[in-house]
Design a protein around this ligand. Structure first.
Ligand SMILES: *Cc1c(COP(=O)(O)O)cnc(C)c1O
Length: 239
């Protein structure tokens, strides 16, 4: 094994232990939590190592980086998640490789994703991104919509050709009442998710938790944790 691959293997093992311990503590089955490795800013060679190490789910947040990386890794058995703020002019490209988009936060984006998915003849999974710090009826500063807007957006996704409503995503807020309270934030997301499932029983995905707060997310019922730094290392520069 190369040094880099050995390092990734050791990091993955540590993250796997954390997820397993969090599942244990919460009385949850380890199989009910999926690890999505966020490979943004890291090269395609790392994605290849991760695939060789058994990773099946990877995520990216910028189309400019993700599109060439996904193309280089097209031979690998990977599910690609898109987790960044998405501009409508990037949608056609993203739909070329992404299986699931976690960051759906406005009707215009639903329309663009639907058109692109139909044009490609494929189905794209969509999560409504919830901004727990956004004012009623508005979008959050880092993407996402206020909880009271989730239902309408979810209905639009469910009705859109080429799209599949998979569930909800959030990032623990840096501001507002949930600042520094990831567990409370993820509990709130779980509550919104159970409301969503009353109307859309198949929308079971709850994408929450990153390197710093994956335990709190698992405790609150997350089905998918998105982990970058703890697997790949601290990213150079701000992203
Ligand atoms: C970068 C990113 C992650 C991973 O964050 P880490 O702290 O590096 O684990 C998760 N979710 C989203 C939306 C991200 O942009």
């Amino acid at each position: 094994m190369t040094d880099r691959k050995a390092q990734l293997a050791a990091n993955l093992a540590r993250v796997e232990e954390r997820i397993a311990a969090a599942c244990d503590a919460a009385g949850r089955d380890r199989k009910d939590v999926t690890l999505v490795v966020v490979t943004k800013t890291y090269p395609a060679s790392d994605v290849r190592f991760l695939s060789e190490l058994g990773v099946q789910q990877v995520a990216e947040n910028r189309d400019q980086d993700a599109a060439p990386k996904a193309a280089e890794c097209a031979d690998l058995p990977l599910t690609w998640h898109f987790v960044g703020q998405l501009q409508t002019n990037k949608v056609r490209s993203v739909v070329g490789y992404a299986d699931v988009v976690h960051s759906v936060d406005r009707l215009r984006l639903v329309g663009a994703l639907s058109t692109a998915a139909v044009a490609r003849g494929r189905e794209v999974g969509c999560l409504v991104q919830v901004a727990l710090d956004a004012e009623s009826g508005t979008q959050g500063s880092r993407g996402g919509v206020a909880p009271d807007v989730v239902g309408g957006l979810a209905d639009a996704i469910a009705a859109a050709p080429g799209l599949r409503l998979d569930g909800l995503m959030t990032v623990a807020p840096l501001d507002g009442p949930y600042r520094g309270q990831p567990r409370a934030a993820f509990d709130r997301l779980a509550e919104i998710s159970s409301g969503l499932r009353a109307a859309h029983p198949a929308a079971t995905m709850v994408s929450a938790g990153m390197s710093a707060d994956l335990e709190q997310a698992v405790a609150a019922g997350a089905t998918h944790v998105r982990v970058g730094t703890a697997v790949l290392g601290v990213r150079p520069g701000l992203r």
